[in-house]
Design a protein around this ligand. Sequence first.
Ligand code: C2O
Ligand code: CU
Length: 462
Amino acid sequence: MRPRVTRRRFLGASAATVAAVTGGGWLAGRGLLGPGEPGRLLPSEVPPPRPYQVPLPVPPVLAPVRTDATTDHYEIVQRPAALSILPGLTTEAWTYHGSFPGPTIRSRAGRRTVVRHRNTLPHPTVVHLHGGHTPADSDGYPADLIMPAGGTTAAPAGHDGHGHHHGGHPPGRVSVGERDYTYPMRQRAATLWYHDHRHGHTGVAVWRGLAGFHLVHDEEEDALRLPTGDRDLPIMIADRSFAADGSLRYPLVDPNLRTPGVTEPYMNGVLGDVILVNGAPWPVLATDRARYRLRLLSASNARRYRLALDPPPPGGGGVVQIGGDGGLLRHPVRHDELDISPAERFDVLVDFSRYRPGTRVRLVNRLGRPLARPRLGTTEVWRLISDFHHPVHVHLDPFQVISRNNRAPGPYDAGWKDTVDVRPSEAVEIAVRFTDHAGAFMLHCHNLEHEDMAMMADFVTT
Ligand code: C2O
Ligand code: CU
């Protein structure tokens, strides 16, 4: 009797290699990663809030402080703010103007937009308008710092952005306290976003809250009579992790930010375990039975999502893409699922009149762990790829090693095993088959220090 073997394809986490088999994972640093998943999960120290308890926030639209014949002027104060994100806790964030996401700016194509940013944060910042067609001196080159108000132009210790050339880049255009960014806005209607872009510290700054929408409108867009007002919704998706005191958890090598970067296990990216949408954990929105325009943006540092409507509307194709990063598409594209990676924008229409009144529709991420969903009684081949030495243990049922580095199994691989030694740079294929018990189980490194450092993942038998 031959067991049925399922083989699915996936993109391995190692640079640009296509591996042939799935399930299992990539053992990087001290993380256990699913196929195609970059980075490593940073677990929160607090239990995750219950989903679907809070309403979807909509970031405030910023009013100009002044407008004239050609130009709209805005002012944003960058400041720390105590936000209520998790029930019963406050989260000290770095914000644009006190909110996360920051306020939304709406520009008209062809009208100049000038944004004065005042930095009252304890660290230098740089503002980049992502997707903007912007002259160099307003583009937020990573060395063009705004030093904190009240400070000096002296760059902080360890910062190489100020005053001298490195790698052929121009020296930083450093200002103190504030800076005007001038955007000609000679570009098409599109969903842009602004975020911090400081040399060596962008990851922590965006994680702590420095991100907002900047929407460009034009006549081509007007002519399409797309949904407007509260049916034109910017949707910023960002995974974050929280420390026990409610603060945003992030694995800095140097908490004082003098040395940039994250600790070694997180070099391939930091994944949070709480998904914020417009700054709220798994929020809900009561919709009319009407078409909505959702401007989806991933402001996640590393996490990728495969978004889908659950349930899909009758007939499918419920996510109608009308625009991408740079503006409206020539023709709409219907999707059942949408893959979105950090910084990408998808401008989509969802017609909720396709659902019966009272239907609860979830926007789900089909890439979230578990790592694998084996069917009971079905044999799968899992390929475990390692950068280091890890004894990998699978719960529930033993497995058989079927190859090591695409060769025959080794001398110690015979028979039914539940733990297999995966050595540095090895790929070990195991045939797994689970019986009797449906549910969530663990797969983890049995180097117990590694296990304690979260080198584990779930698989769910169905
Ligand atoms: Cu170089 Cu979103 O930026
Ligand atoms: Cu290990």
